[in-house]
Design a protein around this ligand. Structure first.
Ligand code: AMP
Ligand code: MG
Length: 410
């Protein structure tokens, strides 16, 4: 069996960004830039005011004091959106509102709270420093400045920056389409009545929710009975539609574990099957190539904890790579273990935990119920403790590595 790191390396070697495309800016959340972005204009684009107040020439106020105020005739008003292109005589002032262009010739702003304005003139009682409350053209960056690199993830704040650059369409990596196939005769849709021996299907819901949190918009869920033809047909349909297909269940060595056989019949090249981890040992990964397109397939185990954990460990980094963010395995943070843990040597173990920020750093509280079928204990988990392959006893207070369940790409 290969190790967790070996499995990651094998996936990384098979994945890269999908082709570039262009999307409307308001559809770009969590996409990644497929090209770098340069400034199409100076920022600010024109000298403008940071305050509501009066534009002056600093030199005119050099002698102003409460004892001998300087009074300047008020010659106009510029508000945000006005061109501000009129020329005003020397020795005058103009009212300029926040964000409005400062007419040429003026070099400082005085806040309206600091003056008295009446009868067409404005009285100033302090000198103004050149540049006071002025946002100069180009002070943040100049036209052509390289602002954002290809591969950058489009967060809400980056999306706002792109809109602010006037970009209606944004060059992005095409977002991956994800297909999810839950296999098993026992599975019933939540809300349906359960037959004896039946259970509610939960894997595809957790995986779809995780995918949406990652920003995937095209996610299809389907279910297949433990029937070779149905399994193969539904897999084929998802492979044709999606860039990445994850199945849950039917991937171990049971008589009804049909997924690997179906993948083989469809021509999926198996890259690995079985990883020395717990939960999730029977996980499989393969690649389907057809008509110049590559699809990734993850055969995830059926146990609800195993399915979601292996999705996080293996499929999330792969989807990130398809999305153009580069292949990044789950973040690994140092934490202190709150209570002792025992495990059998041989497989790396991921133990669900609650993560808590304390004054002395991150504290990881292992969740008692560790069985991979114990979905209840998954609900409250906020992370996974990594226990090394050969560890057997890890005492309370030890430094451990944890990965938070925050379902995001860097
Ligand atoms: P399998 O790998 O198909 O043998 O499934 C392992 C265990 O996970 C069995 O107890 C299944 O009933 C359960 N299981 C499989 N798929 C799902 C699913 N989609 N939702 C909830 N439990 C599942
Ligand atoms: Mg099954």
């Amino acid at each position: 069996m290969i190790s967790y790191r070996e499995a990651l390396a094998k996936i990384a070697a098979e994945v890269g960004p999908l082709e570039p495309t262009s999307l409307p800016v308001d559809e770009c959340l969590f996409r990644s830039l497929s090209e770098s972005v340069k400034a199409p204009f100076d920022a600010p684009r024109f000298d403008n005011s940071a305050v509501d107040g009066y534009a002056v020439r600093a030199i005119d106020l050099a002698q102003a004091s409460p004892e001998s105020p300087v009074e300047l005739p008020l010659c106009g008003k510029v508000q945000a959106g006005d061109a501000g292109s009129l020329a005003y005589p020397e020795g005058s002032t103009v009212q300029v509102l926040t964000g409005a262009a400062i007419p040429s010739g003026f070099d400082a702003m005085v806040m309206q709270e600091d003056v008295s304005a009446e009868n067409g003139s404005v009285r100033f009682v302090h000198p103004a420093e050149r540049g006071a409350h002025v946002r100069w053209q180009g002070e943040e960056y100049r036209t052509g400045h390289r602002l954002f690199e290809a591969g950058t993830r489009i967060t809400p704040q980056l999306l706002a920056s792109l809109a602010g650059l006037g970009m209606a369409q944004v060059p992005v990596t095409r977002p991956p389409k994800l297909g999810i196939l839950a296999t098993g005769n026992e599975l019933a849709e939540p809300g349906a009545s359960l037959s004896p021996g039946g259970i509610y299907e939960s894997n595809s819901f957790g995986i779809e929710a995780a995918a949406k949190t990652l920003g995937l918009t095209h996610v299809v869920r389907d279910r297949a009975k433990d029937d070779p033809d149905e399994t193969r047909a539904k897999l084929e349909a998802l492979l044709l539609e999606c860039d990445c297909v994850v199945t849950t269940g039917g991937v171990s060595v049971g008589e009804h574990d049909l997924v690997r056989a179906a993948l083989g019949e469809l021509g999926v090249r198996e890259v690995f099957w079985r990883v020395a981890i717990k939960p999730g040992k029977p996980v499989a990964f393969g690649v389907w190539e057809s008509e110049g397109r590559r699809r990734l397939v993850f055969g995830l185990p059926g146990n609800p904890v195993s399915a979601l954990v292996t999705f996080a460990l293996f499929a999330v980094p792969a989807l990130g790579a398809l999305n153009g963010n580069g292949f990044q395995s789950q973040p690994e943070w140092p934490a202190t273990l709150a209570s002792e843990l025992h495990k059998a040597p041989g497989r790396m173990e991921f133990v669900r935990c609650e993560l808590e920020h304390t004054e002395s750093g991150l504290l990881a509280r292992p969740i008692e119920a560790r069985g991979s079928h114990m979905l209840g204990s998954m609900g409250g988990a906020s992370g996974l403790i990594h226990l090394p392959q050969n560890a057997e006893h890890v005492s309370a207070g030890s430094r451990v590595t944890v990965s938070p369940f925050d379902w995001r790409w860097p």
